[in-house]
Design a protein around this ligand. Structure first.
Ligand code: MG
Length: 331
């Protein structure tokens, strides 16, 4: 078999064979292998539950692909909620004619990322739609995680004087996907930062942090605006402190884009009490995904719910929420 046909999604023998020979073979575990109408599992704690659809184009890009992204995205939303990600669902919609080898590559990437993140896919779905009814492949993942004991992350706990930490350089996912689009002939090597954040986020829970969010679509600027609006306080950040790789900076300058709005898929914004900043920062810097962690600003006492940027030359400007879509189908 080289291409996926409509019969692979028909519910008949071909579909059952594909599910067993690819999905169950690669992603199997005792709960998934039962192939029941629903996976039945037990958990004793408070749960976090999230869902996300992935429509990234192109489906393969430096540093990742739609499979890896669909696991990291859901895992990371659980992580920043103070949960230990446990079980995921995975629903795949494929366009008729899609290459079997590409589907296999995506499933293997899902498998590897699940292993890295310590999660199992315990239920799933597979559908095929007519040519043109979808673009290649779309994936929806949902996930549940156990809230760690004592984790009490809440945007309402944010107070003036709290510090804003970013776990590393910004904008790489957005830049990598943009570069991978064929219409762009720009010579630069940029890889997506796509990665599961479990290890990094669990290490700093209960260490004085008040809130975390992953600055994905809309970038750091959008996440900080959400925090300003929902906490009710202004946030001040300093341009000179925001880490950006030179290649991303050059690409953004060439295209007239602002890296503050470029998507990240392996970074976290942490709001921490001032007395805990040193400890949290040193823990983050010891983790491979947090080596470049840095304080970029703080929560202000003013309450007009805006984000202000102190520019390199000493000016001050408002960093607004992303208006419109800067880059469609970035995740
Ligand atoms: Mg998120």
């Amino acid at each position: 078999m080289t291409k996926i046909t409509l019969s692979h999604g028909s519910g008949g023998r071909l579909m059952h064979d594909l599910i067993k020979k690819l999905f169950v073979k690669e992603l199997g575990n005792p709960l998934l292998n039962k192939l029941g109408d629903a996976a039945i599992f037990k958990t004793g704690s408070r749960l976090a539950f999230t869902t996300d659809s992935f429509v990234v184009s192109p489906i393969f890009f430096p540093g990742g692909d739609i499979g890896k992204l669909s696991i990291c995205g859901t895992v990371n939303d659980l992580c920043v909620s103070g949960a230990r990600p446990r079980y995921l669902s995975c629903a795949v919609i494929v366009e008729e004619g899609f290459g079997y080898s590409d589907l296999e590559k995506i499933v293997l990437s899902v498998k590897m990322t699940c292993k890295k993140a310590g999660v199992d896919i315990i239920t799933g779905d597979f559908k095929v739609v007519e040519k043109g009814a979808a673009d290649k492949v779309f994936i929806t993942t949902s996930g549940v995680g156990d809230i760690y004991q004592g984790a009490s992350l809440s945007i309402e706990r944010i107070r003036p004087g709290d510090k804003v930490i970013i776990s590393g350089t910004i904008g790489e996912h957005g830049a990598a996907v943009l570069l991978a689009r064929e219409e762009l002939k720009f010579k630069a090597k940029i890889s997506s930062d796509c990665a599961p954040l479990n290890g990094l986020t669990s290490a700093i829970l209960n260490k004085g942090i008040k809130f975390m969010r992953d600055p994905t679509r809309g970038g750091l600027a959008t996440t900080l605006n959400e925090i300003a609006i929902d906490s009710g306080y202004n946030i001040g950040i300093e341009e000179s402190k925001i880490p950006i790789k030179e290649s991303v900076r050059v690409l953004c300058e060439a295209l007239g884009m602002d890296p503050l709005y470029m998507a990240n898929e392996g970074k976290v914004v942490v709001i921490v009490a001032p007395e805990a900043e040193g400890k949290v920062l040193s823990i983050m810097k010891k983790h491979p995904l947090g080596r470049k962690s840095v304080i970029i600003g703080e929560v202000k006492k003013e309450r007009n719910k805006r984000v202000y940027l102190k520019t390199r030359i000493g000016g001050k400007r408002i960093v607004d929420m992303l208006s419109g879509e800067q880059l469609p189908r970035i995740c």
